[in-house]
Ligand binder design. Structure first.
Ligand code: ATP
Ligand code: MG
Length: 409
């Protein structure tokens, strides 16, 4: 059976010191979990991860590498004997392939990790290239080549002509766990992805206001959680029924004024945020998450002025991370498109906040007004009940691969 070898370059984790092993093991484990249902052997040597697999597993392996956080890039390699003759043969084959794909010029990059190899890196490049340009397959251009052929001489010799870019960052699971407040919008999935790239394992919670928000709205958020799980190895989404909490806020705020004279109605979105923070904090502690994560971005909407974010934050007793806080919408959209959540996020199902939004939301809330109104609602028991009634669904890379690729084996 023909065995293909993939080579992945490790990212930022290589800068680690004495705890490097732990980071490497986590990376390998994440890849292993994803590929549990297909035939593939994963190993790690000298700052490189290798995956050996039969051709039937290639799609699953490439999907895994395309979603694995912690690698800077990967390539499908040809493995050959450590002799210049074998290297030349493979380089010629790759050059012909590249020419067929439209390349006219090339260069060779050699990494000679095995210092016992008789030729140095420069000599390997020259020797390996000579037949290709003498036979006029491709011309040499070291400055702006159409294609690069990479040769890595290690315990075996790995040659490849195309390298895919990886997600970089730290392997998921090396920076504890966080609870992402996942709405159906564009921002929160991006916030989750940014934290996963810092090594955080992400669980999600979604506050659902059925029947004011539809089943489709819930399905959409589940779809987003499924995409988050593609990068996050395994992600649970907690769907929390929040209708009663929302109704209570609306009822309490109708026709009253805050302590400093604002219509209480202008505080409803902010009060809802505070309730979400309270409930998410209870859940986070229950599932051992060390922080909350939201998709808030400074100034984007009324509830995201610094004053209002400050009030929101005062309702949670865990650190609150907002990785999108300094990004503009275009940057967030670019990332959403890159990770594949954008198309789902723009589906037209309203999330609960939109339906309960006041016409004139408060822009610069005060703690006094907000907490005064909050306390007047006596809402903590409803929040606790909502937490207890949550429904949990799990998505994982393992299941994705099993459902989409395993049957080809
Ligand atoms: P997004 O695009 O992520 O929905 P947004 O710009 O629409 O963000 P808001 O609706 O003000 O902003 O929400 C701010 C943050 O609060 C969201 O990024 C998300 O983290 C959280 N959030 C809002 N609504 C919900 C919800 N129904 N369930 C869970 N989290 C929510
Ligand atoms: Mg939203």
């Amino acid at each position: 059976m023909k065995i293909i070898t993939y080579l992945a370059k490790l990212g930022e984790l290589t800068l680690k010191g004495s705890n490097l092993k732990e980071f490497e093991m986590r990376l390998i484990e994440n890849a292993r979990l994803s590929l549990e249902t297909v035939e593939a052997k994963i190993s790690l040597r000298a700052g490189r991860m290798y995956i050996d697999c039969p051709e039937s597993s290639c799609d699953a392996v490439e999907w895994t590498l395309n979603h694995l956080i912690g690698i800077t890039g990967w390539a499908k390699t040809i493995v050959c004997e450590k002799s210049i003759e074998s290297i030349k043969e493979v380089v010629m084959k790759l050059a012909i392939d590249e020419k067929e794909k439209g390349a006219k010029s090339f260069k060779i990059e050699t990494k000679r990790a095995d210092k016992s190899f008789p030729l140095n890196a420069y000599e390997v490049c020259c020797k390996a290239a000579e037949d290709v340009f003498e036979k006029k397959i491709l011309t040499v251009d070291v400055k702006k080549p159409d294609t690069i052929i990479w040769i890595e001489i290690r315990e075996r010799c790995f040659i490849y002509s195309y390298a895919s870019v990886g997600h970089r960052g730290l392997p998921v699971g090396t920076s504890s766990r966080g609870l992402l407040l996942l709405s159906g919008g564009i921002d929160s999935p991006v916030a989750g992805y940014r934290m996963m790239r810092r090594g955080m394992k992400i669980d999600c919670c979604y506050f659902h206001a059925y029947p004011y928000t539809s089943d489709e709205a819930q399905k959409k958020v589940e779809e987003l959680a499924k995409i988050i799980a593609m990068y996050g190895v395994k992600t649970n989404i907690n769907i929390i029924p929040f209708t009663e909490v929302q109704m209570k806020i609306k009822q309490t705020c109708a026709n009253v004024k805050s302590a400093s004279g604002f219509p209480a109605n202008s505080y409803t979105t902010l009060l809802l945020r505070m309730c979400m923070m309270k409930c998410a904090s209870i859940l986070a502690k229950h599932i051992k998450c060390k922080c909350l994560v939201t998709g808030e971005s400074l100034g984007q909407v009324a509830s995201q002025t610094i004053e209002n974010m400050n009030v929101t934050e005062s309702a949670c007793d865990l650190p609150l991370l907002r990785p999108c806080v300094g990004l503009d919408k275009e940057e967030i959209v670019d990332t959403a498109k890159f990770i594949g959540t954008y198309e789902t996020s723009i589906l037209p199902y309203e999330d609960c906040c939109v339906l309960f939004s006041p016409k004139h939301p408060i822009l610069r809330a005060t703690h006094e007004d907000a907490w005064d109104l909050y306390n007047s609602m006596n809402i903590d028991n409803l929040i606790q009940e909502a937490f207890e009634k949550r429904e949990v669904k799990t998505f994982s890379t393992r299941n994705y691969v099993a459902e989409n690729f395993s049957k080809t084996n």
